[in-house]
Structure formats: structure tokens, C-alpha cells
Design a protein. Structure first.
Length: 380
């Protein structure tokens, strides 16, 4: 996760893990700080675990939040399901096995459905314009309507947490089934990120946020009163926040060769498995009077189609050929942890030796998030 604060430092990002479910969240505060301050100290593990995290966060807000709100987007991934929730003009991209699957809806008054939904809440909608990129080089004035609510407040997003529920939020929800072997990538960001037209197919949260920041400060082609100008938004840069969940690097479960002829050695098994899958960390050998059992343990590595097929087939037993005459049967070890994504620590590993030796010397990223939240609470 990564945030580049600019105008009001009101963007917040959370990542975490609850049981077998991973989540990412982005909130973009606006108005005064009351709403975003309350979100900052919430127990986001509890919020993320709710049936609808956005409705849960909204229900936990308290006090007079006139003039204070936040957009909110949540993505969560369990072994068999991905779920996306969105309220406001923050957004989420979803990729599965390298292909773009879905982008959450940005709630604005450009959407006829949102205009209809808010008719009883909004006094008028003015066709205000805003300078925004329309290509990688050009900025134009584009329609960005402003809703004037019956309460006297005005907003560009048509839905928002806070504001004493004046927008009557109806979060968008998207879900799809996945398997533990699927590569899932979710990218969440505030409007300060999405407005800069940054591709989300690759890159870390830090890389994507810094790319958006470079877009904000560069000189754009901008036609104004019939003349071409170079525009950099007058030095006014919106907050940029990005959270990325990408489980392309996996902690693979151990595999087992439950019965092997006594003549085979660890070195022979290692050579064969390394050629097929790669990333072997160690092999445990158990010798019986009539056969050997080998347990294969792996360092985390990039998920490939070969891995996906091997682990799917290994549930019932998979033949691994040593030669034309000999093969072993591979099965998932009953004592192995299920496949899941690796923390950011993988990027610090030199890809040699035992990854878990390094892992044991660091605090996992999701634990650091909880520690930060605790420190924010005690500062109050």
C-alpha cells in the first residue's frame, strides 16, 4: 500500500488478513477531518469481515458529520471467492490469471442511475467542468457535475460515507469464484490516482502511486480560449492512494511422494522436481524397510500455469516421470498449509537460500498495519 498526501492528507489505505481472507481498502476523505479520523481508528479486521464492509464502516460512524465524508472501496480474497465493494468515486480493478475481469463503478452524477437514485436527496445538479487527462498527453475540460444536496452541502461523488447519511449510500458489489491456484490481482485507489489514467496491469502500490504523481506534475497540452497551453494543474495535486493485492507469488503447499523404490536418492528427486517446478527449498526423506517417502518443500515463487496444473491434479495423485520407465506419484501433503500469497518481504529476498530464514526475522506487513492502527488509537 502507498499514499502520497498532497492537498489535505485525507487518504487512508489498509491491508490485512483475517483467517483465510485477505483484504485491501482505500478511503478518500473530504470536507473536514471528522469522518476520516473515525475511519482511521476503526478495527478494520472487523470491518473487512462483515457481510458488507462499507455498510459496516458507515454504521460505526458517530456524531455530527455535517461537512465531512469519505469515499470507500474494499476488495477481499478468500480461497474460493473474490468480492469488491465500492462507495463513491474511488475505484478498484480486478485481474484474474492476467486478464482484466472487472472495474468497480465510480459513483458520480454522470451516471443516470445515480441521478435517478438521488432525486429526492438533491436540490439541483450543476454541469460543472474540471480539467482532466483525456489521453497520455492532453488535458481537457470534461463534465464533472456537482450535486447540491438538500442539506446545503455539495459533492462531486454521488455517494459517500459520513455527511450524516445525506447521500443514502447503496454500495456496488461484485463477486466471482476463484481457486487457491488462481492468480488474483486487485488494485484500489482514490480518484487522485484514477484521474491520471495509470495502467494497473503491473506494478507495486508504490510504483503506481509515484507514476500518478509524475502525471500530476508534468506539463500537459491544454487548449484554453483557442490557444495551446502547457498545464500542470496549477501545482494543485490531489491526494494519491493505492493498495495492491497480487498473489502471483505463492507460498506453495508441500508435496509428498508416498512410496518410492529404495534405490532413489534425494539428489535424484531434487533434480527431477527442480526441472519441473523449480524453487525447491528442501526434501525430507523417510526410509522404511520396503520403500522411501519424500516430502518436498518449496520456497515461494511466481505462480505459473505448470504450478496451477500440478497442484490441481495432485489432489488425486499425479505422475512425475524420472525416466520413460520410472515415475513417482505426487500428492499434496495432508500437513501442508494451503496455497496463499506472499507478503512484500519477498521483494527483499535475494532468491537464494531459505526464504523462511529471512521471513522469521521480520514482522509481516499485515501485522505492521495493526501496530500502526494501535499507535494511532493511543495517540488520541
Amino acid at each position: 500500500m502507498f499514499v502520497i498526501p498532497s492537498r489535505a492528507n485525507q487518504d487512508r489505505v489498509w491491508t490485512g488478513r483475517v483467517g483465510d481472507m485477505d483484504y485491501i481498502m482505500v478511503a478518500d476523505g473530504h470536507g473536514n477531518n471528522k469522518c476520516i479520523d473515525q475511519l482511521t481508528v476503526m478495527n478494520m479486521d472487523e470491518v473487512a469481515s462483515a457481510a458488507n464492509p462499507i455498510l459496516e464502516a458507515h454504521a460505526r460512524l458517530s456524531g455530527n458529520l455535517y461537512g465531512s465524508g469519505a469515499t470507500f472501496v474494499v476488495g477481499r480474497r478468500s480461497p474460493t471467492r473474490v468480492e469488491l465493494f465500492n462507495c463513491g468515486d474511488s475505484c478498484m480493478d480486478l485481474y484474474i490469471n492476467g486478464k482484466h475481469r472487472y472495474q468497480s463503478k465510480r459513483h458520480t452524477f454522470n451516471d443516470p442511475k445515480e441521478v435517478e437514485r438521488t432525486k429526492h436527496l438533491v436540490r439541483q445538479i450543476l454541469p460543472t467542468m474540471a480539467p482532466l487527462p483525456v489521453s497520455y498527453t492532453e488535458v481537457k475540460e470534461v463534465l464533472s457535475p456537482t450535486g447540491y444536496f438538500n442539506t446545503g452541502e455539495q459533492l462531486v461523488p454521488s455517494q459517500s460515507l459520513g455527511h450524516n447519511n445525506m447521500t443514502e449510500i447503496v454500495p456496488d458489489y461484485y463477486t466471482c469464484e476463484v481457486t487457491p491456484m488462481d492468480h488474483v490481482r486487485m488494485v484500489a485507489g482514490s480518484d487522485g490516482f484514477w484521474d491520471m489514467l495509470v495502467s494497473t496491469e503491473n506494478g507495486t502500490a508504490k510504483e503506481l502511486a509515484e507514476h500518478a504523481h509524475r502525471q500530476w506534475i508534468k506539463k500537459w497540452d491544454y487548449m484554453w480560449h483557442g490557444r495551446l497551453h502547457k498545464n500542470d494543474f496549477g501545482g494543485s495535486i490531489d491526494d494519491i492512494s493505492v493498495a495492491v493485492y497480487d498473489d502471483g507469488v505463492k507460498e506453495f503447499p508441500s508435496l509428498c511422494i508416498p512410496s518410492s523404490p529404495l534405490t532413489f536418492t534425494v539428489d535424484q528427486v531434487h533434480a527431477t522436481v527442480e526441472t519441473t517446478l523449480g524453487g525447491l527449498r528442501k526434501i525430507d526423506e523417510v526410509v522404511y524397510p520396503t520403500h522411501k517417502v519424500f516430502f518436498l518443500h518449496f520456497n515461494p515463487c511466481q505462480l505459473t500455469e505448470v504450478h496451477r496444473k500440478v497442484y490441481a491434479a495432485a489432489h488425486n495423485g499425479l505422475k512425475l516421470y524420472y525416466s520413460d520407465e520410472w515415475f513417482w506419484t505426487l500428492k499434496r501433503s495432508n500437513y501442508a498449509e494451503p496455497m496463499r500469497a506472499v507478503d512484500d518481504l519477498y521483494d527483499l529476498w535475494d532468491k537464494t537460500g531459505d526464504y523462511y530464514t529471512l521471513y522469521d526475522t521480520h514482522v509481516p506487513h499485515h501485522v505492521t498495519t495493526k501496530m500502526t492502527r494501535f499507535l494511532e488509537e493511543i495517540k488520541k
